[in-house]
Design a protein around this ligand. Sequence first.
Ligand SMILES: [Fe+2]
Ligand SMILES: [Fe+2]
Length: 389
Amino acid sequence: MRYHHTFQHIAFLCLVLLVLTAAFTARSEEELKIIAGPYLHYPTQTTMTVGWETNLPATTEGGCGKKAADLAWISGKEGESFHTLVFEGLEPADNYFYQVRSVSGDGAKAESEVFTFQTAVAADAPFSFIVLSDTQSNPVNVAKQAALAYSQRPHFTLITGDLVSKGPEKALWNNHFFRNMHALATRVPLVPCLGNHDEDTPYYYSYFALPDPEYCYTFSYGNLDLFIVDSQRPLTPNSEQYAWLESALAASKSTWKIVALHKAAYSSDEDDYGDTVETRTMYGDIRLRALSGLYEKYGVDISWCGHIHSYERTHPMVQGKPVLEGGVVYMVTGGGGGGLEKAAPWRSPFTAKVYSGHHYCLVNVFGPTLRMEAYTPEGNLFDFVELKK
Ligand SMILES: [Fe+2]
Ligand SMILES: [Fe+2]
């Protein structure tokens, strides 16, 4: 009996050793792979930034050129799993091919397909961009919208927050965001903004290389200046971001100015600003209305938000009231993927269009004209507006 027990112990120990060895071997033989991207971001007239992530530490190498078969290769850091490269010395408004690859210490290589990008256009040229937000939680829909958005061949994609449903869960960035945005993000640069669900995660800062401090930054394209701020951080008149935004707006000489942030100062949502089954709505995040004075003073055309998982466009507004001339348009474009929300039962005094459903927007800018179209995932146009200077 005693002998039998000892034998059982030895057999059990052998089994544990076998499982551990197999697990270790499988891990050390894990194949080097690209698990996010490549994805483009922060385009200028002469540079393009590309990022990607590998499952294991490896080199950072990228090739770029005017012919797919003749790419000039550059290298970045070694032994990293988050990779960023900037292709420099490019020609404005030009078309390029690119490819990325990473090599690990044991010589294993992971490389992307050859993709394409365009450098930013000159200030007087027409351009087009997508606005999509709240891509969280619904990978199938995100993939569909990314493919549709890419079919419009835009110059860049503004994404106004809640890229994922829980920022600190890295698998969501890989499996929900980058995998499903692939058709668009490999060829059209992203201009991202933080949302509450992104939780200011360090992953945001690892994936994107944006001007410091990255949670707020400016981005210029053609005759448009975009000002990105983080609505999870204070935006009251004595805050750091408010002061930053004021000086950035004061310095801007662009024809068009858009401030992008996640949360909306104006919204008809039925239960985010009071529960309209029992009480009346506050019509949006009223703390953010402190920014309206800045918008009006410096001629901001549009404040573009997400957060509410539906669509809303206000009439141009001045001091909280719709106006016939000038004013600021407040957009909510939160239909990128997350569970949908509905409007309160009463039409709000600021509403020009409200709609519940997944969607993305396409904006065409040419000189003094800005045209905005909003589409369902079925490709149906459900809103249209033209702003003129
Ligand atoms: Fe959201
Ligand atoms: Fe949100």
